[in-house]
Design a binder for this molecule. Sequence first.
Ligand code: ADP
Ligand code: MG
Length: 236
Amino acid sequence: MLELENICKVYQMGDTEVRALDGVSLTIREGEMVSLMGPSGSGKSTLMNIIGCLDQPSSGSYRLVGREVAELGEWDQARLRNQEIGFVFQSFNLLPNLTALQNVELPLIYAGMSTAERHGLARQALTRIGLEHRIHHKPRELSGGQQQRVAIARALVNQPKLLLADEPTGNLDSKASVEILAIFQELHRRGMTIVMVTHEPDIANYTQRILRFRDGKLVADESNHQIMIDREGWPA
Ligand code: ADP
Ligand code: MG
């Protein structure tokens, strides 16, 4: 699915350089579900932004679905990002004045579909995550867990191959976190590749692989035998 080789990212802050990523090499295969862990400032979000083609590395090579991202023009990078990648963030990033349905439709507006087609696909995506009864609600009328589910529906509406989630349960209580994780598990079961940043070992333990970062370096790549959770809560 993706391959990073010796990726470095340096931010220039006035006179000082911040080395956010320092020689990261890793491969993620299609269908894997992976957690990124590490202290605050260890470079996890920077790496997610590079993987998601939202940012460019300072040096190193990044191949996504067989293509060297740096060799693509801006237009092709945007197309790759829109077609192949879904993003979920800690803060949901929903537009407050749009309904759930309208938020989920947003990524389809650029695909040149009819309004009816867009409605249909957005409604389907919301139904799949159990929010068919909330489609005309605005974000403020939804719980945090429901808002994050809308954000997941929006991330999936284009049927991407890769789902990137940066601390998706960081603003949620443990019950809502379990629901989000159960959705990820179900997506994973159906073959989706998922890369998720989390601070919580309990959450990371439900992924098959854990990558640990420190000071911009990948310091451990651990495989984890996979445990499935049900929607009722953590298994015993
Ligand atoms: P994490 O997500 O693991 O907390 P980040 O990737 O956000 O870490 O940050 C890694 C390092 O890069 C930190 O030292 C952070 O301050 C720095 N950094 C991140 N984004 C920027 C930026 N846009 N400009 C300057 N420094 C940044
Ligand atoms: Mg971060």
